[in-house]
Design a protein around this ligand. Structure first.
Ligand code: ARG
Length: 293
């Protein structure tokens, strides 16, 4: 049966046209994202519980995993992937999620907590300028960009206190003119919001309850109709460090329960190995900055 016939029959029997389409076809958006090649990526310091200098990166494997992820975004999903030049001596620059928070014409640059990463800010700033962003600000308080700031509809969920100061949330609210809901992280292994929280679509998020205070979880539940809970195993596999376009979730492999929850809801799931990045406390989302329009 060709497509025309299918459409015709659907019209005839008045079933909604979208019914029966794959999750891919239901996708709500094709994000533009920023990535940075892992040319200089390694474990050269220890600023979170995952990083151990005696457990270095295998460069070829890291390169292959990064290329696989980029290929998933570009070839399989048709997303627009832009690149910022990697810099020697800035091994964590590969984690572009920490390169700021971008919405429309506006950019809030990252104010990194640790001196090891502070050199990245000027590099990201140069990229935003060359890409034509007009309103670029540096927050007064520590804020590690999309690692700790996730857009859900017209709300910003913002994590603290490991890497971003709660005081930076007020700066976010004022600069972007959006409501900010502060979420307190309580487990050092899940030090950025994006390690324990995924925005799935306009009515759904996923989170690892043990990484948050009860008040924070209650604040999420008050707003979001569907909250999917990750298990310990999901969280330890960095399963929440994922990207969703509303129809497809790209996530680290190894979070079987979470992947099953998504599939049961009719979402399409692409799992990819990020073992070399987990050595630095990173995963799919950390390697991806969304350039929100
Ligand atoms: N090694 C990096 C750090 O500790 C990893 C950053 C992960 N990024 C993220 N968005 N969670 O800063």
């Amino acid at each position: 049966m060709n497509t025309d016939t299918t459409l015709l029959e659907r019209t005839k029997d008045k079933r909604p046209l979208l019914e029966g389409l794959s999750a891919d076809a239901r996708r709500t958006s094709r994000p533009s994202i920023l990535m940075c090649a892992p040319e200089h990526y390694d474990i050269e310091y220890e600023i979170n519980p995952w990083m151990h200098e005696e457990n270095p990166v295998i460069p070829n494997l890291a390169a292959a995993q990064w290329s696989d992820l980029r290929g998933i975004y570009m070839q399989r999903l048709g997303w627009d992937v832009r690149l910022v030049e990697p810099v020697a001596g800035l091994p964590d620059m590969v984690f572009t999620a920490n390169g700021g928070f971008v919405l429309g014409d506006k950019v809030m640059l990252p104010h990194f907590r640790h001196p090891d990463r502070q050199g990245e800010t000027a590099r990201f700033e140069a990229w935003y300028k060359s890409a034509g962003y007009r309103e670029i600000v540096m927050p007064k308080y520590d804020n590690e960009g999309e690692g700790d700031v996730l857009l859900w509809n017209d709300v910003l969920f913002a994590g603290y206190p490991w890497r971003s100061d709660r005081a930076s949330h007020k700066e976010l609210a004022e600069f972007f003119g959006l409501r900010v809901v502060s979420l307190q992280l309580i487990d050092a292994r899940f030090y950025h919001l994006d390690t324990a929280f995924t925005v799935i679509d306009s009515s759904t998020v996923a989170l690892y309850p043990k990484a948050f205070t009860e008040e924070s979880i209650a604040a999420v539940r008050k707003l979001v109709p569907t909250v999917i809970e990750a298990t310990d195993d999901d969280a330890l596999a960095y399963g929440l460090n994922a990207m969703s376009d509303g129809g497809t979730i790209v996530m680290p492999s190894g979070a079987a329960h979470l992947a099953g929850e998504y599939r049961a809801r009719g979402l399409s799931v692409i799992e990819t190995s990020i073992s070399e990045y987990q050595k630095a406390g990173g995963g799919v989302k950390c390697l991806t900055l969304v350039l929100h329009e």
